[in-house]
Design a protein around this ligand. Structure first.
Ligand code: GLY
Length: 421
């Protein structure tokens, strides 16, 4: 397993549930994964270092968690050793690595998405922003670890973001704002067959009621009780399969996890962005509900045999995850605070993200520190269990949202009626 977040901790625990998985190793992992998987201090985005590790361990499968190693070509480098690898090659990973490339592929595949204009000149981007209505959406083209997107109604702030993003070169996209609730839909692909997983919803702003700055994600829940019937089949037919088909036709097949970030607008589902890997924190809730073998699914995707796999099975009920972040996150996370986890209620897991061992203690080493994940018979029960779990977590200065999944549990989310006229 390459990576060190709560997503990777969830993937490791899920893989280990399969009796055929005898062991998992992580590069580099965190204090949580180290309790169940051997830790190797290797940079997951360094193809040479990863290949050396893979040659030494000769695992049955390598799973790439984050985007940076994918864009750096680590998955292809692993495949060249003869070891199967779950994750797309660098060209296909450009669906996440370059928003301009993603728009091009969506145009070629006739996939619904926001209209956009692409700029490499700051004056041109600033002038264009002055001609479009608020709210303004400005996206830096490359990987930016969750900091590459600005959405807001203040023109001067949007223009400053565009200037800043272009100060070192590169491109920005200025997009139409997509109104409507957001959905994260993950799909496994082996380059041709596409298998959607359970839709989830992330909470990206740091504060309750979707206030404050954007983060990597402060919590998630699944499934989505408010989702229109047939939405997953519709997105499979209009978004996921056409993109995978188009990447295959281009000669750069997408095999791995295609994550469609969607907005359910009055014009139907529209793509906000693609990612080329499992999302965090949505993975924690999707995997908490997966009954099928994750190892079988990932190995089948990595070896072109997804069509032979039975459809994934899901347990009834719901899952909620609540992220506990370090003091100062997201602007300036304070690291080094000691983390203590008391007795957890039944059905609750604490998945580690930014943690490391220091002597006998576990301390915060990143902005998102742990992701407290719970299942329940319904969303209200899963929420209650997750917040009971939070009460067992002690992180001085730590903060979390108190409203993960709340609007959905109260019936407060309604996608707009679709009018294509
Ligand atoms: N949940 C947002 C992301 O993984 O990018």
């Amino acid at each position: 397993m390459l990576g060190s977040g709560a997503r990777e901790h969830a993937l490791v625990l899920s893989l280990l549930r399969d009796p055929s998985v005898t062991s998992v190793s992580c590069a580099p992992g965190n204090a949580g994964t180290a309790e169940v998987a051997a830790a190797h201090p290797v940079d997951p985005a360094d193809p040479g270092a990863v290949v050396a590790l893979v040659e030494r361990l000769r695992p049955g499968l390598v799973v790439v968690g984050p985007e940076a190693p994918l864009v750096a070509g680590v998955a292809d480098a692993v495949r060249r050793t003869g070891v199967p690898c779950f994750g797309p090659g660098p060209e296909a990973a450009q669906l996440e690595g370059s928003k301009t490339f993603a728009k091009l592929v969506m145009a070629e595949a006739d996939v619904p998405t926001a209209a956009s204009a692409s700029f490499d000149d700051a004056d041109a981007a600033v002038a264009h922003l002055a001609t479009v209505p608020a709210p303004y959406v400005v996206k830096a083209d490359g990987l930016a670890a969750g900091k590459g997107v600005h959405v807001g109604s203040d023109l001067a702030v949007a223009q400053a973001f565009a200037r800043d993003a272009l100060s070192g070169g590169g491109r920005v996209l200025v997009e139409d704002f997509l109104d409507g609730p957001e959905v994260s839909l993950f799909a496994l692909s082996d380059g041709q067959t596409v298998v959607p997983l359970l839709p989830a919803q992330d909470h990206k702003r740091v504060g309750d009621g979707d206030t404050g700055p954007n983060t990597g994600g402060m919590g998630a829940y699944a499934p989505l009780p408010w989702l229109p019937d047939g939405l997953v089949d519709d997105v499979l037919a209009r978004v996921l399969q056409p993109v995978v088909d188009r990447m295959h036709e281009r000669g750069t097949p997408f095999a791995g996890l295609l994550y469609a970030g969607l907005a359910l607008t009055s014009r139907g589902p529209q793509v906000v962005e693609f990612n080329a890997r499992f999302g965090d924190p949505e993975t924690q809730v999707v995997l908490a509900l997966l009954e099928s073998s994750l190892a079988d699914l990932l190995l089948a995707a990595a070896t072109g045999r997804l069509a032979e796999q039975p459809a994934p099975r899901w347990r009834d009920g719901a899952a909620v995850t609540v992220v506990v972040a370090a003091e100062g996150y997201p602007a300036a996370p304070v690291t080094g605070a000691p983390l203590a986890v008391g007795r957890l209620p039944e059905g609750v897991q604490v998945l580690h993200a930014g943690t490391r061992r220091e002597g006998g203690a576990v301390v915060a080493s990143g902005g998102r520190v742990v992701s407290v994940t719970a299942v329940g018979d319904d969303l209200a029960a899963a929420r209650a269990a997750a917040y009971d779990g939070i009460a067992a977590v002690d992180l001085p200065g730590g903060h979390w949202r108190t409203d993960i999944g709340l609007r959905a549990a109260e019936g407060g989310i309604t996608p707009p009626p679709v009018s294509l006229g």
